[in-house]
Ligand binder design. Structure first.
Ligand code: IYR
Length: 220
């Protein structure tokens, strides 16, 4: 069934507004940091819902929107997830990750311990939907990794815009999350994000982002 097409209304900004908006947005995003130390200060669920609605505006292959955002605040579930994640991480840091990989992570101070999973008031586990079952027929989604990656970028930006902090946690393998959260067989865990406020005295590494010259190549 074809979509009905409707006129697109271009948002009209003056050159000055374009410049100001683009600069302000860059400064907003440049202020984002991955934070590993969380406080247990609560967050209104409505804020989380707005953040997820924002992620849900992401473009996706054939507009299939192949994502599910599981919002976990239940303390027992968070404990279960933490324990299972740490079990995987212990194996990863202990033997699965190469020495080079561990050396690359050392300056960031990451370890197998993931207390933030229990401390942060919410964790969001993002699942990608590899396929849908429609009328008993299995239909693959398209560009699922690209779609979900873009949605997670929007999610992280929305979290930052709401004055909250997060961290992309990628326990590997992640299938324990499908089991604990009782997800259907077409969903695969993609990313785990704790959301909350930084703990008092939280520190972040003094890292620097690549300059524009390092990331942009012009073809005039
Ligand atoms: N998956 C682990 C390890 C880890 C890997 C990379 I690459 C990082 O930038 C950070 C951590 C974890 O989530 O801790």
């Amino acid at each position: 069934m074809a979509y009905k097409f409707i006129p697109f209304k271009q948002k009209e900004l003056t050159k000055g507004e374009q410049l100001t908006n683009s600069k302000n947005f860059y400064h907003l995003l440049d202020g984002r940091r991955s934070v590993r130390d969380f406080s247990d200060q609560p967050i209104d669920l409505e804020v989380i819902e707005n953040i997820i609605k924002s992620a849900g505006t992401s473009p996706s292959g054939a507009h299939k929107q192949p994502w599910t955002f599981c919002v976990v605040s239940n303390p027992e579930l968070k404990k279960k997830i933490r324990e299972a994640a740490e079990e995987e991480e212990k194996l990863s840091y202990g033997s699965r990750m190469s020495d080079r990989w561990k050396a690359d992570l050392e300056p960031l101070g990451t370890t197998w311990e993931k207390p933030f999973i229990e401390i942060a008031p919410y964790i969001i586990v993002v699942f990608k939907r590899a396929h849908e079952t429609i009328d008993g027929e299995k239909r693959n989604n398209y560009y699922v990794n690209e779609s979900i990656g873009i949605a997670c970028g929007m999610l992280i930006s929305a979290i930052h815009n709401a004055g909250l902090v997060t961290l992309t946690h990628t326990p590997s393998p992640m299938n324990f999350l499908t089991k604990i959260l009782e997800r259907p067989e077409n969903e695969r865990a993609y990313l785990l994000l704790p959301i909350g406020f930084a703990a008092e005295g939280a520190q972040v590494p003094d890292l620097h982002r690549k300059t524009l010259n390092e990331i942009m190549v012009s073809y005039d």
